[in-house]
Ligand binder design. Structure first.
Ligand code: ZID
Length: 229
């Protein structure tokens, strides 16, 4: 069977969860990467059976998440983590959650994967029009929503089996002006889409790995509700 790592699952409402279920139904082993501040509640809810209803697969069995890895995809390696994050109560309880360390942990635990899914985004100023977006907010949106994919691919590529596939989720606000998708999130999706083409060429040449992005329709996820979509 195939093994999939899905980055960006912290509840049962988002695309990451739905993709995990589809892959599990097709017989894949599921590993997920969960944003560190959301880890505790996600793991507790899983353990207490809060997601059992939505873990149900078409054949009647429950999706098994083989392992949950804490992840913060805006940090590539421990040297990048600033003091205030390192000592933050929500981060101090977990370890090895930078992208490089997560890839190392997955390698140590399982050796390799076949499928990498990027289902994460964050734009701290998403509710602000681009014209009112700060440099800091814009760069944060690009860091969490675009570079995070490059970083994940960079660090996971050595452990993705040849013929493997990776995918991310984008939004059409990258190419058409859609009011309400601010804070540089439209820019972040445009970067993600352009990067997908370049990364597909590079990862395809290097290891026969496919790189794609899907422009998603509306889903009432936590992220979407936060922007009132
Ligand atoms: P979600 O909240 O389930 O997933 C986002 C995840 O990212 C959460 O689990 C966060 O904890 C995690 N996260 C945030 N920052 C970090 C970080 N630094 N490190 C690690 N994890 C982090 O929401 P979702 O399922 O909506 O989002 C998944 C992907 O789908 C994102 O790339 C979205 O941009 C994309 N997407 C979602 C929608 C939607 O409707 N939900 C749309 C398009 C793309 C969309 O916005 N009409 C209006 C709006 C839309 C489509 C049509």
């Amino acid at each position: 069977g195939k093994r999939a790592f899905i980055a960006g699952v912290a509840d049962d409402n988002g695309y990451g969860w739905a993709i995990a279920k589809a892959l599990a139904a097709a017989g894949a082993d599921i590993l997920v990467g969960t944003w560190v501040p959301a880890l505790n509640i996600f793991e507790t809810s899983l353990r207490r059976g809060k997601f059992d209803g939505s873990r149900r697969l078409p054949n009647g069995s429950l999706m098994e998440i083989v392992k949950v890895y804490p992840l913060d995809a805006v940090f590539d390696s421990p040297e990048d983590v600033p003091e205030d994050i390192r000592t933050n109560k929500r981060y101090a309880g977990s370890s090895n959650w930078t992208v490089k360390e997560v890839a190392e942990s997955v390698k140590n635990d399982f050796g390799s994967i076949d499928i990498l899914v990027h289902s994460l985004a964050n734009g701290p100023e998403v509710t602000k029009p681009l014209l009112e977006t700060s440099r800091k907010g814009y760069l944060a949106a690009l860091s969490a929503s675009s570079y995070s994919y490059i970083s994940l691919l960079q660090h996971f590529l050595p452990i993705i089996n040849p013929g493997g596939a990776t995918i991310s989720l984008t939004y059409i606000a990258s190419e058409r002006s859609i009011p309400g998708y601010g804070g540089g999130m439209s820019s972040a999706k445009a970067a993600l889409e352009s990067d997908t083409k370049v990364l597909a060429f590079e990862a395809g040449r290097k290891k026969q790995i496919r790189v794609n992005t899907i422009s998603a329709g509306p889903l009432g996820s936590r992220a979407a509700k936060a922007i009132g979509f």
